[in-house]
Design a protein around this ligand. Structure first.
Ligand code: 5AD
Length: 469
């Protein structure tokens, strides 16, 4: 996504994604998730793959037998956080070394893939380093690490990892809630000059239609009501229909919309060049496809877009937005931005602000450019001073915040459906999302999983207050 590319929603709740169904005599597994939604999904799959060998999830590292840090490499800060967390874990591990419950520490995800053996050199307490393409081998790697010492597995395996991972058990899916992620595409061949994803997630691969349908049905059988399809370039997904005809994401969404029990579909993250007519038409034709599109642009200057190797202009991006809005007039648009790409002038940055003005995002994620090892932009002339990036980010974010609040305010007075996801902080409060992916809360009679009709009555910067109607 364009790793959040999967978009950069912080995954604060991710470690809770796997709630405990601990049985006596099982080993305890704690997974901490950094970064994008795909990492959240991967953490769940790792828990699924380790369940049959006796690992049950727990929500603290203290008593865990196996601690996994599922890491993010997209920006420098994300990677550094991993090493500081490993330092803290080392202390717990050392304190447990002489007991009958030693701790095993694993590093997975994109830092594992990018740094491999270097992690073992920097942090001696690590027992295993496993990249994203080999999660299906975790049980074997954990056993080997415990028997023989540290293991590093970062090859791009030729076998299909998804084929080798069990579907989550019903109880586990239920414990994770009524919304779920489902990876349909992984990896990236686009080689944007700033982006580390092609090096950490590998080449673009689409999962076959039948595999996706089977997983979707099992999620729905367990009570999931909303599925978000994931891919670093999710709209580049391609496959074959049952009769062997080539199909794209639009058709996949049609297939999924026909599954009984699916009430909402979303997908993230898309590239403007892959927004084809079939996908745009799906936004017009499928009521279960929610009116929300995360479409990163990164910058508003054509010269910078070219230096990023994005292969589209600002005008082409705006044209995609226009066509999507024609198909689904109420669609909420979200995006990702990078300020301070090497060589970005003040005037070029102003073009980003102008693009923001033209689009009016409902929400967006914006970042200071962070040089990533091995990417072409890291070695380019004209690296931008930190203070300049700070100032640009602040200016951009104040525009984006203005638009997010305006979007929320424009929702007041509307009646819509909210999928109830969890209880609020106060008794009698419920939280869920509007079709436009805004958080909404209300008081009254409801349960998790209900699709309730509400009137939106008050807007805050990050959420809406609603009344049951
Ligand atoms: N520096 C800053 N931000 C980056 N992103 C990706 N690579 C970098 C980088 N090197 C941002 C992009 C992308 C999001 C997931 O992270 O905005 O869409």
């Amino acid at each position: 996504m364009s790793q959040q590319t999967l978009s950069e929603r912080e995954t604060k709740d991710a470690q809770n994604a796997v709630k405990s169904d601990t049985k006596p005599n099982t080993k305890k597994l704690f997974i901490k998730t950094y970064g994008c939604q795909m990492n959240v999904y991967d953490s769940e799959r790792m828990a699924d793959v380790l369940a049959p060998v006796g690992y049950a999830p727990t929500d603290t590292p203290d008593g865990a037998d196996l601690v996994v840090l599922n890491t993010c490499h997209i920006r420098e800060k994300a990677a550094e956080k991993v090493y500081s967390n490993l330092g803290r874990l080392r202390k717990i591990k050392n304190a447990r070394a002489e007991t009958d419950r030693p701790m095993t520490i694993g590093v997975t995800g994109c830092v594992a893939q990018a740094e491999g053996r270097e992690i073992l050199r920097r942090e001696k307490s690590v027992d295993l380093v496993v990249g994203p393409q080999t999660y299906h081998r975790l049980p074997e790697v954990v056993a080997k690490a415990m028997a023989e010492g540290p293991q590093v597995v970062t090859d791009y395996s030729v076998e299909d990892k998804f084929e080798h991972m069990p579907l989550a058990r019903k109880k586990q899916v239920q414990a994770r809630g009524v919304t779920a992620f489902l990876t349909v595409q992984e990896g990236c061949d686009k080689f944007r000059t700033f982006c580390v994803v092609p090096y950490t997630r590998g080449a673009e691969v689409s999962r076959p239609l039948m595999q996706i349908m089977t997983e979707a049905r099992s999620l729905v059988d367990a009570g999931v009501r909303e599925i978000t399809l994931l891919g670093q370039n999710v709209n580049a997904w391609h496959g074959e229909s049952a009769s062997g005809i080539p199909i794209g994401l639009g058709e996949l969404l049609h297939e999924l919309a026909a599954v009984d029990g699916i009430q909402r579909l979303r997908y993230v993250t898309s590239h403007p060049n892959d927004m084809d007519d079939g996908l745009i038409a799906a936004h017009r034709d499928l009521p279960v496809l929610m009116p929300y599109l995360h479409l990163p642009v990164q910058a508003g200057s054509d010269r910078i877009l070219k230096a990023m190797n994005r292969k589209h202009t600002a005008e082409k991006y705006l044209d995609v937005i226009r066509r999507v809005r024609e198909a689904r007039p109420d669609i909420a648009i979200s995006g990702d931005f990078i300020v301070g790409f090497p060589g970005e002038t003040d005037a070029e940055f102003e073009e980003t602000l102008a693009l923001v003005d033209a689009v009016r995002y409902s929400q967006a994620f914006s970042f200071k450019y962070s040089p990533r090892p091995g990417t072409p932009a890291a070695g380019m002339d004209g690296q931008i001073a930190r203070e300049v990036m700070d100032e640009r980010l602040q200016r951009l974010q104040s525009l984006l915040n203005r638009d997010q609040l305006a979007f929320n305010q424009a929702s007041v007075g509307k009646t819509c459906e909210v999928l109830v996801e969890r209880k609020g902080k106060l008794p009698g409060q419920w939280l869920g999302k509007t079709p436009w992916l805004t958080s909404a809360w209300f008081e009254g009679d409801a349960s998790i999983g209900d699709m309730v009709t509400v009137e939106l009555v008050e807007a805050g910067p990050n959420s809406l207050r609603a009344h049951l109607s």
